[in-house]
Design a protein around this ligand. Structure first.
Ligand SMILES: Nc1ncnc2c1ncn2[C@@H]1O[C@H](COP(=O)(O)OP(=O)(O)OP(=O)(O)O)[C@@H](O)[C@H]1O
Ligand SMILES: [Mg+2]
Length: 113
């Protein structure tokens, strides 16, 4: 199992959601986040606050999926998350040790099917 964490523009969430549904990846979590990427934006002062310290508003989409669904999941995000500009976001991929569906107590791959 893999965990895909995508940090994307809030305006792209609906498109990604529709794409995941179409790709038969129905389970995911969405969290509003704030953060900062690699490239520096402004460094001027605005009313005493350094603008490079302003955090970007983004949304984190978390999908835990089978290994076989990984490429599909990443493709859906890449196809739907981009404005083709800096600030489009990032995708992080992790190994997942286990999953448990609380209602049935089923563990492992079967818990996310
Ligand atoms: N290495 C990282 N670790 C954790 N969060 C990150 C990392 N890089 C980016 N983020 C998150 O993703 C958001 C969007 O980042 P952003 O797309 O601006 O990345 P970037 O590194 O500046 O690349 P780009 O040149 O495409 O803008 C950031 O505001 C931050 O929340
Ligand atoms: Mg950036």
């Amino acid at each position: 199992m893999k965990k895909v964490e995508a940090i994307v523009r809030p305006s792209k969430v609906k498109l990604i959601q529709a794409g995941l549904k179409k790709a038969n990846i129905p389970c995911f979590t969405v969290i509003p986040v704030k953060g900062s990427g690699l490239q520096k934006s402004y460094s001027e002062k605005y009313r005493g606050t350094e603008l490079s310290m302003v955090l970007q508003t983004r949304v984190m989409i978390i999908c835990v999926i089978s290994d076989e669904n990984l490429d599909k999941c990443v493709d859906v995000i890449l196809e739907n998350a981009s404005d083709g500009q800096v600030g489009d976001g990032k995708i992080f991929i992790y190994d997942v040790q286990d999953a448990i569906r609380i209602s049935t107590k089923v563990r492992g791959g079967a818990a996310i099917k």
